[in-house]
Design a protein around this ligand. Structure first.
Ligand code: DGP
Length: 113
């Protein structure tokens, strides 16, 4: 399987990893859209939100706990931040390994476009 995020998780290609445990990795986005832009991913390869199943419930919940902790550490929690998942072509998903964008450090517009 040719997946860039699986390659990062296996440390076959470099990334600026800010958090890691047995189930989850978080690393800085190479094309940041905000002063803080971190991707949080399950280590298990899941293609998109559309292919999650009941067995993924715990890790997907844990990702939000990880996001909260990273946001506090990156000092964006106080002013506010956004956690975004793009699912599928119309939403602009380009990497087919489910990932949560943690964005903060500036005023974020809504709707996102
Ligand atoms: P999305 O459009 O939601 O699929 O977001 C994919 C994000 O992944 C995009 O913001 C750029 C980022 N990205 C793509 N390739 C790499 C990579 O090799 N390393 C890192 N750190 N980020 C990547």
């Amino acid at each position: 399987m040719d997946c860039i995020f699986c390659a990062i998780i296996k440390k076959q290609i470099p990334a600026d990893v800010v958090f890691e445990n047995d189930r989850i990795a978080a690393f800085r986005d190479t094309n940041p859209q905000a002063p803080v832009h971190i991707l949080i991913v399950p280590k298990k390869h899941i293609t998109s939100l559309d292919t999650i199943d009941d067995a993924d419930q715990a890790v997907l919940g844990e990702i939000q706990i990880v996001a909260r902790d990273i946001a506090r550490r990156e000092r964006i929690a106080e002013i506010g931040y956004r956690l975004v998942v793009n699912c599928g072509i119309a939403a602009g998903q380009t990497v087919r390994h489910v990932h949560y964008h943690l964005l903060g450090g500036r005023k974020l517009l809504w709707p996102p476009g």
